[in-house]
Design a protein around this ligand. Structure first.
Ligand code: CAA
Length: 265
């Protein structure tokens, strides 16, 4: 899309958010470029972040969708916000444009009245995590499903097909595990540091569960568990955690707010 905003441009809160997003994409690209391109030279010059192209940005969803083949929506898990966004996207997107939501907890049928939404589920940090869950929603055509598989593979990811069940594969296993670790901490069975060290060294996980809950966002973790608890109130594993609720209430949401269970720089 054509840039309507440039980093460094003063402006309102939307611009500040757009600025942060662009900055974070650029930092991420630089990390990827540094890793992948460090030994490659082109025309006597070392290849760099420019080899990946510049990310476009726009403050208008309707403008951004005008020439899109595929839209991957990944805004915060708020149904009304997502609905309003899909209305804007749907007003200008070309016929045949595929809409895919990254939502991990909302029902696909609720998301939009008009637009036909698919599910593609990426993982944090997206540039590093090699998985995409491609969800077989009941009404999806074979052609649309295959397009999503192909798109995910074209990004260099492994695409795993799965059914449209709560949490799909990863979150159904991961989110209860993170919450169980919080309950362990709540009971005083072990410290946060010891739980994390144990799972890193004893189970070979790159991050321990308490650190990972901070990384994913405590609000996100709570939001997913609350949704499942409302749907399945008798499942012990989905019951709320007082400690998690308290931290979220205090605005300690993890890495994104600089503090959760841990302090983050
Ligand atoms: N962008 C680009 N590259 C990045 C990056 C980012 N945001 N974050 C890390 N990297 C790259 C680094 O450049 C680094 O590359 P080098 O090996 O060349 O140095 C590499 O990834 C490893 O990074 P670090 O050395 O900084 O740190 P690390 O080795 O501790 O790895 C981690 C960091 C990849 C985040 C790792 O700790 C990890 O895999 N953690 C678990 C993440 C996880 O489980 N994610 C799923 C969350 S669940 C979810 O997302 C779904 C949901 O809906 C809740």
């Amino acid at each position: 899309v054509s840039p309507v905003w440039l980093p460094g441009d003063p402006g309102g809160p939307e611009r500040a958010v757009a600025g942060k997003a662009v900055q974070s994409i650029q930092t991420s690209l630089e990390r990827v470029a540094k890793k992948q391109l460090k030994d490659r030279a082109r025309g006597g010059q070392t290849a760099g972040v420019q080899d990946y192209g510049q990310p476009g940005h726009s403050q208008s969803a309707a403008d951004a969708a005008k020439s899109a083949d595929l839209v991957v929506e990944a805004v915060v898990e708020n149904l009304e916000l997502k609905r309003s966004l899909y209305r804007q996207l749907d007003s200008t997107a070309p016929a045949g444009c595929l809409f895919a939501s990254n939502t991990s907890s909302l029902g696909i049928a609720e998301l939009a009245e008009a637009a036909d939404i698919r599910r593609l589920h990426f993982f944090n940090p997206v540039p590093v995590m090699r998985l995409v869950e491609v969800v077989r929603t009941p009404d999806i055509t074979e052609a649309a499903f295959n397009q999503l598989l192909e798109f995910s593979r074209s990004l260099g990811k492994s695409a795993v097909p799965c059914k449209d069940t709560p949490g799909f594969i990863v979150n159904r296993l991961l989110v209860p595990y993170l919450t169980e670790a919080v309950r362990m901490l709540e009971r005083g069975d072990a410290t946060a540091e010891d739980i994390d060290t144990a799972m890193r060294l004893g189970a070979g996980h790159p991050m321990g569960p308490i650190e990972l809950a901070d990384y994913v966002g405590l609000d996100t973790t709570k939001f997913i568990m609350d949704g499942w608890h409302a749907k399945f109130p008798n499942v012990e594993l989905f019951k709320p955690s007082d400690m998690l609720n308290k931290l979220v209430e205090e605005g300690r949401l993890g890495r994104k707010t600089g503090q959760g269970f841990y302090k983050w720089d």
